[in-house]
Design a protein around this ligand. Sequence first.
Ligand code: CU
Length: 146
Amino acid sequence: MKFLTIFAAILVLLPCAAKSEEPTHHVVEVVTDADNLRMYFDPKVLLIEPGDTVTWKNLFKEDHNVVTYPDGFPKGSEGLNSPFFKESGDSWSHTFKEEGTFDYHCIPHILLGMHGSIVVGKPSKAADYHIPNRDVVAAYRNRLVE
Ligand SMILES: [Cu+2]
């Protein structure tokens, strides 16, 4: 009887274990709420696993992009730098291989609070973030004021 219970438990749990091995495809909606002058990513914070892919999808005809801060991604990984979305339906995808936190924003609408975070596996501590050199920070500042 005990053996049957354990056997049944294995049968129930096996599909769950197999499922978590599969990479997941997530969607972040890029939203323009023109009536309320709000622009935002939904969800704003997304928890995923290494190997998962995130697609940002522009829902309205408005220019947006997805860019990490110069120090806004984990050491040993690459930051996010999408082309501009222009039309409704434009999208861009990234597969996250390294663990940690990716803090990103839309450059034209950073002052409206259009930012978000992807946490891959576990959040980064301050010392885990990439340290950019002076030239990279200067180039980023130039992009902001363009
Ligand atoms: Cu934007």
